[in-house]
Design a protein around this ligand. Sequence first.
Ligand code: GAR
Length: 188
Amino acid sequence: RLPVVVLISGTGSNLAALLEAARAEDCPFRVVAVIADRDAAGLEHARTAGIPAQIVRLGDHPDRAAWDQALADAVAAHGPDLVVLAGFMKLVGPPLLEAFGGRIVNTHPALLPSFPGAHGVRDALAHGVRITGCSVIEVDAGVDTGRILAQAAVEVHEDDTEAALHERIKAVEQPLLVDVVRRLTSAG
Ligand code: GAR
């Protein structure tokens, strides 16, 4: 089973879906470590599953370049075949991209190329789109500009709130991400 490292910043519902999928006997991947850039609530999912959980804080490093390198080193220490950004709210720098180019995926709560960045749900709602969704992409040096691997659509309701819409997006995002990770870690 191919080793996967998951990077998070938040509640980790997508991480939880990956951990749940990895319990199946036929699952082609296993989560070998979870790394956060802050004291993310989602780290608890890793601890419960008995998986190494680590925080690499930007503020603990002299500058961004040092943090980029520390993050890449922390990931590389686990020797993953695939790196999954599951609600990781920082841009990854050149060291990680160089070490794992083409083997890093990110999940985003909007239909890219629309509404990239940190507020995909809020921005879609503010624009008044009737349909939004989520995208799983290959990570490149840009902000949510990488090759699209999978997408799913979600209808916006009248009087939707950012929180309610985000919850409905997460409900389709979790299985979509699991599908992509399974596909990328399956032989052939
Ligand atoms: C997810 O919806 C993910 O798409 C989004 O953060 C949420 C994390 O939820 N990521 C971004 O907005 C990245 N720009 P989770 O912590 O419950 O998995």
